[in-house]
Design a protein around this ligand. Structure first.
Ligand code: AGP
Length: 364
């Protein structure tokens, strides 16, 4: 694709910068203030059917799988339906038990990823109901699914996904709110989430203003051979996605762990040469996350925290504005896109076209 870079040096930078508008687009025309819910025209799922769902299984690859992990958390917390996300490529090879009361959701930016498409076809052949959370309108996955939510991120050219990740998570928040309000989510909680969603575009702009600070940090960490990313519950998929982003464009090895798992093994790796990026939201797990930072500091590990307040144990804290607990992962992911970007830039990488990768993987 060749469309205007609009004054940016790379598509990735352009796409990161577009996020306030992109989020505005996925929300537009969908919020119903009267009933504190949302309208999702393409869902093709009536209220009675929505009440009958006993489980949600989300399928995607790479970044879309990570967005699905946050989506599953949103569906569990707002709609109280057990939900999980799994790589589509694994799911379709384990002869999955297809259950009529499970809602399957295929997630894809391109709508053409072969593993996701093949999983959808296998599910449909077994009589499952499959929805799509897709960016490209009219793509193969959009056509094969029974309905769904368009992500409206606009064209994404850079091989690594940024704005589509963010918009996919917002689309899941809308779906979770919709299902929640049909089930047990109160009007007050619906309103609270809607207000949180409306704050996102300006809060994302605020995060983007820390770019100079993040650029300096990237220069400091660019010499690392490997980096550790940690988070808990809602923060863990943010860590997974940030570590994927760093790997893809900087070629620095990175891994992501739930902070709670450190003591079960990876703590052995911690030393000054292995920096840790920690997701530390002001939520019910704040003290637990702080305890993990202490463990790392006690082993002389360098720490970069993404948090709502300055973290004493961290060498640097990138501050992000607070939203509702459920929506915080959306804002916490954004500085880490910039961190990966500026690290790759400092290392002279080809950011829009990283080696060995294609924008959409249409073969197995
Ligand atoms: C994203 O940065 C990756 N390049 C990759 O993991 C991607 O998310 C994956 O291939 C799935 O693509 P899709 O969303 O178009 O299905």
């Amino acid at each position: 694709a060749s469309y205007d870079m609009g004054g940016h040096d790379t598509y990735m930078h352009k796409e990161i910068s577009e996020q306030p508008d992109a989020v505005d687009r996925v929300l537009r025309g969908r919020i119903d203030d009267r009933f504190s819910t949302v309208h999702l025209g393409g869902l093709n799922l009536d209220a009675r059917e929505a009440r009958g769902i006993r489980r949600v299984k989300i399928l995607g690859c790479g970044t879309s799988y990570h967005a699905g992990l946050i989506g599953a958390g949103l569906i569990e917390s707002l709609a109280r339906i057990p939900a999980d996300s799994e790589p589509a490529s694994e799911f379709r090879y384990r002869n999955p038990v297809v259950d009529p009361d499970t809602l399957y959701i295929a997630v894809s930016q391109s709508g053409e990823t072969y593993d996701v498409l093949a999983a959808v076809q296998e599910l449909k052949r077994k009589g499952a109901r499959v929805l799509g959370v897709v960016n490209v309108v009219g793509s193969a996955i959009a056509r094969e699914t029974d309905g769904g939510v368009y992500v409206h991120a606009g064209p994404e050219v850079c091989v690594v996904s940024t704005k589509c990740f963010t918009n996919t998570v917002v689309a899941f928040a809308l779906l979770a709110l919709h299902l929640g309000r049909i089930r047990d989510l109160s009007v007050a909680d619906g309103k609270r989430i809607i207000e949180g969603l409306r704050r996102l575009p300006s809060q994302i702009s605020e995060v983007l203003e820390s770019e100079d600070e993040i650029k300096k940090l990237a220069a400091e960490y660019a010499d690392a051979k490997s980096m550790m990313f940690i988070g808990r519950v809602r923060g863990y998929p943010v860590a997974l996605e940030a570590s994927l982003k760093l790997k893809e464009i900087s070629y620095i090895h990175a891994e992501a762990y739930p902070a709670s798992e450190l003591k079960h093994g990876p703590l052995a790796l911690i030393e000054p040469a292995l920096p840790t990026v920690a997701i530390v939201p002001d939520d019910e797990l704040l003290e637990k996350n702080r305890a993990a930072l202490e463990e790392i500091k006690a082993r002389s590990g360098r720490i970069l925290a993404v948090a709502h307040q300055e973290q004493e144990k961290a060498d640097h804290t990138i501050l992000v504005p607070k939203n509702e607990d459920e929506l915080d992962p959306i804002l916490m992911g954004i500085p880490l896109q910039l961190l990966a970007y500026h690290t790759a830039l400092a290392l002279g990488r080809d950011i829009d076209k990283p080696r060995n990768l294609a924008k959409s993987v249409t073969v197995e």
